[in-house]
Design a protein around this ligand. Structure first.
Ligand code: NAI
Ligand code: OAA
Length: 327
């Protein structure tokens, strides 16, 4: 049964309506909590195939001026999605030790396909942000599904790669004894193994790193997801840092919607680079999603070499996603 819970509200503000699909999961729950705490959210719609009434009731007791509502199972997707402006999707299976993100494709591509199809049907103008792995393939799956429905807007489809940026700031900060919140490193290309390309040469503020430090940091960022999967020893992959990363990206999307200037985040979006149709680059966000794709930052020789390795892998990942819907 559909359950709606209303938290204390004294005024209706024209803020943002956000749906989380996969809201009961390891990422979905803390992500939903962080969104509940975000003053830009006016309505939070929690959808999953399990447990959403309880999760929504729990969150609804937090004293924030927003609605929390829940929907469970495909029959309630219409209620979950109608009127939503931002839809974030962490639904799907996480990795176990020994698996690659690509190994998740057989379970997760159909989940993303069906959820995005529902978004295209019930809130076709919504901005969609995909967390589900493999991101490199799930974003093309989503794009092809939306094209099928005739509602694809490349400015409104994002794959969330923010966790790679957070990790880059953290690891550089740890190495140099600097507060990671003061450090920004663009991370481009894709979100799996060698397709994760940190652009250390454009680190802000400028930090002196030796070639061997850059190589070690790059490897650590590329393998950080696997590091967590191994240490969780079968209990899944990154959830808490991912919820934080997802909340940062959705917050940026909402600030763009609200017309705040100069909101920039890296994200995996449609962008043709060396025949890869989707690519993570810094994006200027605006009222309709992507205001401007800022393109690739200036790259060092090493970073260009990393891209040479990454592009063929990324292209294969993209084609796999497209073919899944098209054939
Ligand atoms: N983009 C990124 O940087 C990251 C992505 N991920 C990915 O996020 C996904 C979710 O990870 P966790 O939350 O740890 O997994 P989880 O297993 O804890 O939660 C997944 C949730 O999705 C729900 N779900 C499954 N099928 C669904 C459907 N058809 N409709 C709605 N909900 C459905 C499940 O009921 C569950 O509540 C995984 O694919 C994982 O690889 C994880 C970390 C980082
Ligand atoms: O590694 C995984 O499977 C989850 C993920 O994408 C990450 O932590 O970056």
């Amino acid at each position: 049964m559909l359950s709606f819970t209303r938290s204390f509200s004294t005024s209706r503000r024209a803020l943002v309506k956000v749906a989380v699909l996969g809201a009961s999961g390891g990422i979905g729950q803390p992500l939903s909590m962080l969104l509940k705490l975000n003053p830009l959210v006016t309505e939070l719609s929690l959808y999953d195939i399990n447990h959403t009434p309880g999760v929504a009731a729990d969150l609804s007791h937090i004293d924030r001026n927003s609605f929390t509502k829940s929907a469970k199972g495909p029959d309630q997707l219409k209620a979950a999605l109608t009127g939503m402006e931002v839809v974030v999707i962490p639904a799907g299976v996480p990795r176990k030790p020994g698996m690659t993100r690509d190994d998740l494709f057989s379970s997760n591509a159909s989940i993303v396909r069906d959820l995005v199809d529902a978004v295209g049907n019930y809130c076709p103008k919504a901005i969609i942000a995909i967390v589900t792995n493999p991101v490199n393939s799930c974003v093309p799956v989503a794009a092809e599904m939306l094209k099928k429905r005739g509602v694809y807007d490349p400015k409104k489809l994002f794959g969330i790669t923010t966790l790679d940026l957070i990790r880059a700031s953290t690891f550089v900060g740890e190495l140099k004894g600097i507060d990671p919140m003061l450090i920004q490193v663009p991370v481009i290309c894709g979100h799996s193994g060698e397709t994760i390309v940190p652009v250390m040469s454009q680190c802000k503020p400028k930090i002196k790193l030796t070639d061997s430090e850059i190589c070690d940091l790059t490897k650590r960022i590329q393998n950080a997801g696997t590091e967590v999967v191994k240490l969780k020893a079968g209990a899944g992959s990154a959830t808490l840092a991912m919820a934080f990363a997802g909340s940062r990206m959705v917050d940026a999307i909402m600030r763009g919607i609200k017309g705040q200037s100069n909101v920039i985040e890296c994200s995996f979006v449609e962008y043709n680079y060396e025949e890869a149709q989707y690519f993570s680059t810094p994006i200027l966000l605006g009222p309709n999603g992507i205001e401007k794709n800022l393109g690739l930052p200036k790259l060092s020789k090493l970073e260009r070499e990393l891209l040479k390795i990454a592009i063929p892998i990324l292209k294969k990942n993209i084609k796999k996603g497209e073919d899944f819907v098209l054939t």
